[in-house]
Design a protein around this ligand. Sequence first.
Ligand code: AMP
Length: 518
Amino acid sequence: MIDRNLALALVQAAMAAPELPALGHGARMVATYAQLARRAGSLAAALRQRLRLVPGDRVAIAARNTPEFIEILYGIWHAGLAAVPVNAKLHAAELGYILDHCGARAAFVGRDIAAALGAHAPAGLERAIVIGGDEYAALMTADPAPIIARARDDLAWLFYTSGTTGRPKGAQLTHGVLDVMSRAYLAEVDPVAPGDGLLHGAPMSHGSGLYIMAHVANRGVNIVPESGGFDAPEIFALLRGWPRSSLFAAPTMVNRLIECAADFPLDHLRTIVWGGAPMYVEDARRALDRFGARLAQIYGQGESPMTITRLTRAEIADREHPRWIDRLASAGRAFGAVDVMVADADDRALPADAAGEILCRGGAVMPGYWRDPQASAATLRGGWLHTGDIGALDAEGYLTLKDRSKDVIISGGSNIYPREVEEVLLRHQAVREVSVIGRPDRQWGEVVVAYVVGEAPASELDALCLDAIARFKRPKEYLFVDALPKNNYGKVLKTQLRARDASRAQTPQSMPPARGPT
Ligand code: AMP
């Protein structure tokens, strides 16, 4: 078996360039490659010998962005285990569901999350280790263990995406998938040289974390802001001390960066990669005005991480090109590692410019969902990943995303699945029907709005949500109506509802200001 363990890259970096900085926390360098590799090796030894975990076991990580995330991730891989990074903003009940579903035997958690998890911890979870706590420090004292060999098809990262059924599904990202993804990024989006920085402003459990491997492979520096989250002035302040740095940012984050950019020098900024949600063309133009040829775009999803299409720096900056605006409005062209097709309901390729579902296949696509053969078969039918996104390919291969067929709401860079919120609201006795939609919002991308048939007080609906789901998923406004628009089969027509909501928005007196995600 050829060893494909992703953790080999860290071991090799430590041998080739032991003194090179590997990890930063705020302005400080906290580990060289030799130090990071040693800590990952120690943690791997402790996981195997003290916690008695065996290759293939799942280990969860639930914390705000923290530098330890990287040594934990590589320690897990070094020991032949699989990582399950979980969004720190989830409600404890949601976290408990994921821990149970993936069968995690151990979890590394932030202090606040450890306290909240309590009764929601599943029976199979043997250990919840507080990151930075005494037990954590003790694990780090083990003598480093040799790396455990892994094959391409072995599970490396279980990436939970909330499904339309309201229950999260675990996309199985193997060592092979993450290897293809990282190589594709380095070859087609951003070559990384030793010492180049990556600033983790977006969540490391999700978008930003996937960039770690490419930067370790090419010996860049992963830098975690002290705030553990996204704060535009903090990002610019970090750039002072970390030259040649890049970051991944959701479009709403790019907008916030544009607002502050004038106050800071940009010489140290290498690339802003945007993705995860659609960007309005006007915003892309403003970003280009501010940042120049430092922008790239990626379109991917958990099931084909970071790797469906990409719009390069040169394409974004080529204002003289006759089709520049069309290209700017698109998500670019397919990565070399995947085939992309736009298909009709029977999976037949559609002609240029016709809209249909976006399908994708290739080395970056997951082999299936964890313990969900039905959803895996449906999503991967015919050997193609069915993305659930609607788009069109033009004659030159540029893909424009039209809509998300799954009606996902993306607010402040986080995905919110309407059905999950609807199910909670329907628990109220006075709610007869409900439909949740996203309303475009300049600051947050979208905000959650609930259309309710029934007499329930908004405060009681809010309380129900606070009790069951993450705060950021809570509707920012409840609108009480006599009936919801429906088709002949009784299915609620969300498109009509969104249109109705948009026309209300043009009557300002009827719209209270929207609260942002909290
Ligand atoms: P996730 O699996 O949570 O990463 O969410 C993936 C979804 O985000 C995709 O299926 C798209 O709907 C959306 N998305 C990702 N990248 C882009 C992009 N560059 N432009 C528009 N939407 C995007």
